[in-house]
Design a protein around this ligand. Sequence first.
Ligand SMILES: [Zn+2]
Ligand SMILES: [Zn+2]
Length: 154
Amino acid sequence: MIIIKTRTKEDHFDLDGIESSEIFQISQGEGVSFQDEVEYHLRIQKTTKELIVMGSVKTVVSYECARCLKAFKEEIKVDNLLYSYALDQLGEQLDLTPLVREEFLLRLPIMPVCSEECRGLCPQCGKNLNDGPCGCHEKEKSSPFDVLDDFPIE
Ligand SMILES: [Zn+2]
Ligand SMILES: [Zn+2]
């Protein structure tokens, strides 16, 4: 849990740490999973009326490529966090976990791909086309349906 104590005497302080990604209980969508730690660096500033949180959070997300099904990892980093709270609305502590969770979810790709150039799998033989052509195209040419291309249409 990322907890900020709100009744401190200091008017500004840092809060750094590492948490297991499990604390976020992020539902693992298709092809997405959170296995790595979450690192956070926060700076908290208090005025007479407000508590302001600034900082950055990052984690590494494991994906399965939507095109070729290869597993790959990518970092998600959010480094412009900025939240402010009216001090008199806050309890003794403030749990930032749900907000940080939301930040990560917002940045997940809808279709994770290992690279923009990923060629995916051959729909016929299933070979990973990033490793080279599979030869299905050659066979297609000699399929009996090709004759239809030459059939005169009137
Ligand atoms: Zn891929
Ligand atoms: Zn093929």
